[in-house]
Design a protein around this ligand. Structure first.
Ligand SMILES: NC(=O)C1=CN([C@@H]2O[C@H](COP(=O)(O)OP(=O)(O)OC[C@H]3O[C@@H](n4cnc5c(N)ncnc54)[C@H](O)[C@@H]3O)[C@@H](O)[C@H]2O)C=CC1
Ligand SMILES: CC(=O)C(=O)O
Length: 327
């Protein structure tokens, strides 16, 4: 008999409830337990989703629960915490969300959880690092959504520009999930033809300068959406389901997640957006791209933004106590 797999979702706000809906519609997990500080909302969501089960691709179990339900979870997905208000950057959320994560991750670990964490809350790279610190789990079993959404946004923008199906566009955004991220144009291709060649093939239609505009649209997408509707949630929810599926179905899928980099790209001890092979073990391997000199400089800048932002956090008692208790 096949083993039942369980996802525990912590945070059933805009991102969390969209994730639950997408997970159910794609039939990815057998069981989904939903946990939130706002119990009424979480309970209401579980009831509402159960009423959709008759229309789902397979019968699933969904309930509103608490931290003890994490004990048998294969994956704990965290989407809890504050989101950006118009004009705020992701890094502005750091202090508030680190304190929230300290309590959440400790509660999860007290349940006896021994699976894989997926983190989406912002600033995602740093909170993924803190989840690893607070949990003491091996780095390959703590994964951030990283630039999975930014990469999807880039593929969408390029597909619109070249008028080619998104699934035939291969391009990555790496670095911080935030303002210092960068596109890896040196490895971007459309159906196997580099974006530069594709532009040269049709000088009447395309212009290399347009790539800057395309990247700006990707980098600033969250600001534009938040200005209009207060939050972004469908894109990330589908990205998180993609990541969940890669793990539960042992896919060896290459996704741009926030992975633990320790030596690769000449960087030590950091979570940052990079392409990685993901399967049932979590992150199997960080893929080290041959960046060109301009990309290398931009990646280094992104690394230093994250490292500088983390400095005060690493001096906090929350961080130091967790480090000591792990030893
Ligand atoms: N990584 C990515 O690409 C993306 C990340 N995000 C981030 O996801 C996070 C959530 O965003 P939204 O869902 O829009 O926010 P939201 O405000 O709609 O939902 C947050 C939920 O967290 C819950 N919560 C707060 N503290 C909690 C605690 N201690 N324990 C349990 N639950 C708690 C709240 O009750 C609320 O239901 C934000 O940090 C946002 O920036 C959003 C979109 C994309
Ligand atoms: C909010 C956020 O991080 C995003 O939509 O990219």
């Amino acid at each position: 008999m096949e083993r039942v797999n369980r996802v525990a979702l912590i945070g059933t706000g805009a991102v969390g409830s969209s994730y639950a809906f997408a997970l159910l519609n794609q039939g990815v997990a057998d069981e989904l337990v939903m946990i939130d500080l706002n119990k009424e909302k979480s309970e209401g969501d579980a009831m509402d989703l159960n009423h959709g089960l008759a229309f789902a691709p397979a019968n699933k179990k969904i309930w509103f629960g608490d931290y003890k339900d994490c004990a048998y979870a294969d994956i704990v997905v965290i989407t809890a915490g504050a989101n950006q208000k118009p004009g705020e950057t992701r890094l502005d959320l750091l202090e508030k969300n680190t304190a929230i994560f300290h309590s959440i991750v400790n509660n999860v670990m007290e349940s006896g959880f021994d699976g894989i964490f997926i983190v989406a809350t912002n600033p995602v790279d740093i909170l993924t690092y803190m989840t690893r610190t607070f949990s003491g789990l091996p780095a390959n079993r703590v994964i951030g959504s990283g630039t999975i959404l930014d990469t999807a946004r880039l593929r969408f923008q390029l597909s619109e520009y070249f008028n080619i199906d998104t699934r035939n566009v291969h391009a990555y955004i790496i670095g911080e999930h935030g303002d210092s991220e960068l596109p890896v144009w040196s490895h971007a291709n459309v159906a196997g033809r580099s974006v530069f060649d594709r532009i040269q093939d049709h000088p009447d239609l395309y212009d290399i300068q347009d790539l800057d505009t395309i990247f700006a649209q990707v980098r600033d997408a969250a600001y534009h959406i938040i200005e209009r509707k207060g939050a972004t949630h469908y894109g990330i929810a589908m990205g998180l389901v993609r990541l969940t599926k890669a793990i539960l179905h042992n896919e060896n899928a290459v996704l741009t997640i926030s992975g633990y980099v320790d030596g690769q790209y000449g960087v030590d001890d950091l979570y940052i957006g990079v392409p990685a092979i993901v399967n049932r073990q979590g992150v199997m391997e960080i893929i080290e791209l041959n960046l060109d000199s301009e990309e290398k400089l931009k990646f280094e800048k992104s690394v230093s933004v994250l490292k500088e932002t983390m400095k005060p956090l690493k001096e906090s008692s929350m961080y130091k106590d967790s480090e000591i208790s792990r030893k």
